[in-house]
Design a protein around this ligand. Sequence first.
Ligand SMILES: CC(C)(COP(=O)(O)OP(=O)(O)OC[C@H]1O[C@@H](n2cnc3c(N)ncnc32)[C@H](O)[C@@H]1OP(=O)(O)O)[C@@H](O)C(=O)NCCC(=O)NCCS
Length: 212
Amino acid sequence: MGVSENPDSAVVFDGRAGEPEPGGARSPVSLSDDAVVLRHWSSSDAVFMAEAWRDPAIERYNGPAPASLLDAITVIERIEQSWRTFEVEGDPTGAAFAIVDADLGQPVGMCGVDQWSSTHVAQFGYWLAPGARGRGLATCAATLMTGWLFELGAARVFLTIESENAASAAVALRAGFTCEGTLRAHGVWNGQRKDVDVYAVLPHEWPLGGNR
Ligand SMILES: CC(C)(COP(=O)(O)OP(=O)(O)OC[C@H]1O[C@@H](n2cnc3c(N)ncnc32)[C@H](O)[C@@H]1OP(=O)(O)O)[C@@H](O)C(=O)NCCC(=O)NCCS
C-alpha cells in the first residue's frame, strides 16, 4: 500500500485508495494536509459528535443529530461498517472521516461519502463544529476528500447545497467545484420547499490531478 505525496501542497494520501493489500483488504484510510487530518471515527469521538451535531445549522443541512450518546456510538459503528465494506468491496458509500484539527489533535467535524454510484459518480457532505469555522478547515477537508475520490477512480464528484447555504457554497467554490445549476424546490425544511444547487468537479478540472 503506497503513500502518495504531493510536495507542492503537502497533501498526503495515506493507506488510501485503489489497490487492496495482497490479502484482499485495504488499510484504514487517513488523509492529511498542514491544517487537518481526516481519519476514521472512534467510539471515543461519540461525545464530540453528539454535542457538535446539535448545532442548528448542522441539523438543518446534514440531518437530525444523534439523540443520545448511545445513538452517536451507533452512528460511529455504522460508519465503521461502511469502512469494512469499502475495504472488501471498494465501495465507499457511507464511509465518513472525522475532521481533526492538525494543530490541536481534536475532532472538529465530519466529512463523509453519501453515495458512490454504479457509474462511479461520488457525492459527499461535511460539517464543522461552530467553534472550528472561519479558518478554512472545511475547505481543506473537502479538497482532501475530492482528491481521494478521484484517486479511487471517481468520474465525477458532486455536492448538493441548499441555495441559502452560502457558507457551504463558498467551501465548494474554494475547493474547485463549479455550480452547475439549481434543483428547484428539491429540498424541504420546516415544511417549506427549498432550492438546492448542484456543485461538481470532473477529474480533468482537478488541480491536484486525478484519474483521467
Ligand atoms: C459549511 C461549513 C462547513 C463551512 O464552514 P467554514 O468555516 O465557513 O468553511 P471553511 O472552514 O472552509 O472556512 C472558510 C472561512 O475561513 C476563512 N479562511 C481563513 N483561512 C483560510 C484558508 N486557509 N483557506 C480557506 N479559508 C480560510 C475564509 O475566508 C472563510 O471565512 P468567511 O466565511 O469569513 O469568508 C460550516 O458553515 C457548517 O458546518 N455549516 C453547517 C453544516 C453545513 O452547512 N454543511 C454543509 C451541507 S451541504
